[in-house]
Structures are given as structure tokens and as C-alpha cells.
Design a protein around this ligand. Structure first.
Ligand SMILES: O=C(O)CCC(=O)C(=O)O
Length: 344
């Protein structure tokens, strides 16, 4: 492990942020890939030496082999439902007494098109309770949110996959299905080493097929990358857009014979996906159905060294299960205002 950590750190020093590259980036740089994505990855040997993975409710070697092949894993009943109920009760309080809080939400409704990101205090309760809305970085406000994001069952797996300490980067919390088009996260969530990225999708209730469940293409983490006209990251200089990205991914996965799967998991189950797994949200067929979920994005210590909203300051870290999450530099007074998780 030590050698691997040292090697990754020296690679990072030479890394340029993607926008600083002279030529557009069209693929992940092979030498910066997490070790598990390289040709010679010996998972059996790794797990024999990896002591942190003991006492897990799953077989780490089996999950890692599945990940390498398919670009995702599902951890059954990985998180206590009491913790998830606590998290949801905090969201209900946030919605009910929204005037007191500053958490940001993103609203994808026509009337918010000009300014889709708003503070909850300025958004009516009816909108906060409805679809087309996600709560941004609620883990910053909530101790139990951080505990869930950096749960041992998630962190141990990701630490093994990255071969590095895990950093919780950001989170999204949904009451309803996102209905988001097919995408791969690395195009939108960019760390200093773009392949050092993963996400967890934590079911806060049993997922119904008509609620707009998550879908994904097993094995899609290895398909050729889409070029937005200026490389693999979507930004203001891109000449192609997220709809083009979705069409490309659906067609490419179909041509490669990859079967689309629907995620119908139970409360407390967790899906973890690879930076390049193609996924999205199905259409909501029954608008009365909620689809409560907490989505967390992660990187490695080598690849994410500053909070995205304050790249020039040293982050204030919270450590849980050997992983870090940075205190929100924009709203320090809102950090951990929901503190009940301290007793969890
Ligand atoms: O939960 C969903 O429907 C989509 C979430 C997602 O795609 C993401 O956060 O990258």
C-alpha cells in the first residue's frame, strides 16, 4: 500500500488541471488510473495484504473483481435504516422550517431557469417538497449525513479501489427521481486526476419501478469516451452538449451489447459506481411515488486536495473511518447544524 500511495502522490505533482492541457483530453491518462483499472491488477494478492477490509458484511475480493469487470457493485443492507431515518427527518425539518436554513438546492423547473441554484430559505415549501429538485451538499449541514457518506462499508471498498485515502467530495439528495439523461460522472465532476472518482447511491426507501429509478449499463466504464468538441469534460467551451452525450452513450452501449439495468434496491442498500459507468434516471411513471436517495461523490487524497468552492485555501478536514470530508468553506456557520448523528 505504501508504495502505491507514494507512486500516486508523485504522479499528482506532475498533473495539470484538465483545462490547462494544451491538447484536449480524449481519454484518462493510463499512468494515473486507479491501480484496479490497470492491466496487471492482482486483486487476490491485494486483498491478502489489505487488513482494513476485515469484518465487512461482504466479500471484498469478490466485490473488487465484479467492479473491475462491470464498473459497479451493490452492497446489500450496508447502512442501518435508523441512520437513514435520522437523515430524512433532518430533510423534513429543513423543508418545514426552510426560512432558518441556507442549504442550496438545484431546481430544474422553467421558472428557475435563470437561477437554478437557490438557498432553501428563498424557496417555497411546496417547491422544496416536489420533483425536479435536489439538495446540494446536505452532508455539510449534517453529522449523520457525513457518517453515512463515509460509512465504513463504503469507505473500505473505495479505499481498496483507489489504493488511497478516500475523500468525500460532494453530495446530492433527492426526494423524487432525477430523470437525468444518460451520462458518465467524470464529464461533470472533475478532480485533479479525473479517473479518481466514484459515487454511491444510497436508497433511503425501497425503490419502486414506477418512481423513476436509476438505470445503468454494466461494463460501460470501458467504452470509448465521448468528445464534447473540446475533450471529455463538459464546460462553457464545449460545442456538443449533454443531450449529444446521452445519445452517444445509449448508442455505444447498445452496439457493444451492454444490457441496460434498472436499480430496484431496498432501503439501506447501496450502489457504488465507477467514474465512467454510464447511468441516468428513468422517467417517473407515477408522479405520486417518491424515490428518496442520497448520492455521494468521492475522490482520492491524491486527486482532491482542495474544496471545489475554495481551490486556493487549505481545507478544514473531518475524518471518519479513515476518510476525509472538507468543511464547507462558503457556509462555515451552517456546518453540522443538524448534530443528532453524534449519538449514532
Ligand atoms: O439518482 C439519479 O437519478 C441520478 C443521479 C446521478 O446520475 C448522479 O448523481 O450522477
Amino acid at each position: 500500500m505504501t508504495n502505491l500511495f507514494t507512486r500516486l502522490k508523485s504522479v499528482t505533482k506532475q498533473m495539470l488541471m484538465p483545462e490547462e492541457h494544451e491538447k484536449p483530453v480524449t481519454e484518462f491518462a493510463y499512468n494515473t488510473l486507479p491501480w484496479i483499472d490497470k492491466k496487471d491488477a492482482d486483486i487476490t494478492a491485494f486483498v491478502q495484504k489489505y487488513t482494513t477490509g476485515k469484518n465487512l458484511p461482504y466479500d471484498l475480493a469478490e466485490k473488487m473483481k465484479f467492479w473491475r469487470e462491470n464498473g459497479y457493485v451493490i452492497l446489500d443492507q450496508a447502512i442501518s435504516t435508523d441512520w437513514l431515518d435520522q437523515l430524512w427527518s433532518e430533510i423534513e425539518e429543513l423543508i418545514r422550517h426552510h426560512e432558518k436554513y441556507h442549504t442550496n438546492v438545484r431546481i430544474d423547473l422553467p421558472e428557475y431557469q435563470e437561477n437554478p441554484v437557490q438557498s432553501v430559505k428563498d424557496v417555497p415549501e411546496s417547491v422544496l417538497n416536489g420533483p425536479y429538485l435536489k439538495f446540494n451538499d446536505f452532508h455539510s449541514n449534517s453529522v449523520i449525513g457525513k457518517e453515512i457518506m463515509l460509512h465504513k462499508n463504503i469507505v473500505t471498498f473505495l479505499e481498496a479501489v483507489f489504493g488511497d485515502k478516500v475523500i468525500g467530495m460532494q453530495s446530492l439528495l433527492f426526494k423524487y427521481g432525477s430523470q437525468q439523461a444518460t451520462h458518465q460522472d467524470f464529464a461533470y465532476v472533475v478532480s485533479e486526476i479525473p479517473s479518481h472518482l466514484a459515487a454511491s447511491w444510497i436508497a433511503l426507501e425501497d425503490i419502486h419501478i414506477d418512481s423513476g429509478p436509476l438505470f445503468y449499463y454494466p461494463g460501460s466504464h470501458t467504452v470509448n469516451k465521448f468528445n464534447f468538441g473540446n475533450g471529455i469534460f463538459f464546460n462553457t467551451k464545449s460545442t456538443l452538449n449533454p443531450s449529444d452525450f446521452a445519445v452517444y452513450l445509449d448508442e455505444t452501449c447498445q452496439k457493444a451489447g451492454l444490457q441496460k439495468k434498472t436499480l430496484l434496491i431496498k432501503k439501506g442498500d447501496v450502489l457504488i459506481w465507477h467514474a465512467a459507468l454510464a447511468h441516468g434516471g428513468e422517467e417517473i411513471r407515477n408522479p405520486a411515488l417518491t424515490r428518496k436517495s442520497f448520492v455521494c461523490h468521492y475522490s482520492s487524497d491524491s486527486a482532491y486536495r482542495h474544496h471545489r468552492q475554495s481551490p486556493n485555501t487549505e481545507p478544514v478536514r473531518r475524518t471518519i473511518n479513515g476518510a476525509d470530508v472538507f468543511v464547507n468553506p462558503i457556509m462555515p456557520d451552517q456546518e453540522d447544524i443538524f448534530a443528532d448523528g453524534k449519538t449514532a
